[in-house]
Design a protein around this ligand. Sequence first.
Ligand code: G3P
Ligand code: MG
Length: 287
Amino acid sequence: MSRFLIFIIWMALTIPCSSQQSYSPDYMLPTLFNDDGDDFVVIAHRGASAYFPENTMAAFKGALEMNAEMIELDVMLSKDGVPVVFHDAVLEDHTNGSGELSDYTLDELKQLDAGSWFSKEFAGEKIPTLEQVLAFARGKIALNIEIKTEAVSDEVKGGVEEKSLALVKEYGMQDHVLFSSFDYRAITHLKQLDPSIPAALLYNNRSSNKLLPSQLVSQYKADAFNCSYQQLNRKRLRDIRLNSIPVFVYTVNQKRRMKKLVQLGVSGIFSDKPDLLRQVAEKVREK
Ligand code: G3P
Ligand code: MG
């Protein structure tokens, strides 16, 4: 029996399946443009990345067409300090370039092909800037902006957080974004810059000193606890429920896993297949 199956059976036996929980007003979550009203958020991980090259405009447009309620994207800084949307520190796996992304200016990054690695059909897809994605999403779909650790420094002034936040505000999206980061400094910086901006801790074992979600969220003034499905163990889930903390779980592409997590009442799931996730969530809701 797989470890996941054992985990699910164990959780089913030990935790009441009360599904929806109400959150304390202290937690600020983004307003969705296309909320289907079920208190569960369908999040397209790096866009609809099972069907399109991840973190490209094609993947984001696909996610919107599939009726995702939020798009997750990863933000790095180009050599000349522009927030760009890309997951890896290096270019080789998801573009025709090589070496570290941060060694290239925006103009140089824009020469790269970010689609052919996925399929010839997407040849010519570019690495988008955060600004491009905000212009696309404005008025249409909420964003989870994950600040990659590689982009974070000790500086608040002029850092990736300040630049990204300024762009979000320029596009009037401050009520429709959830920032997140594995680097807890980013959460501290964002809350220093604007305590009202929604920001989630992305659980990072090394930075967490064995603290519970409620302790971490309170320490960093975060609005949600994001973790992988493997990290959502009984102890953490119990603490999350007791303290009514919003919890978003990544990256879930299997139907069975999606169903169980929706039944457990998690706040949202990141999936490369937002179409499948929406179907599963709707089915659970019908019952
Ligand atoms: O934010 C959820 C998830 O995207 C975190 O992991 O590596 O896919 O960015 P990663
Ligand atoms: Mg991410």
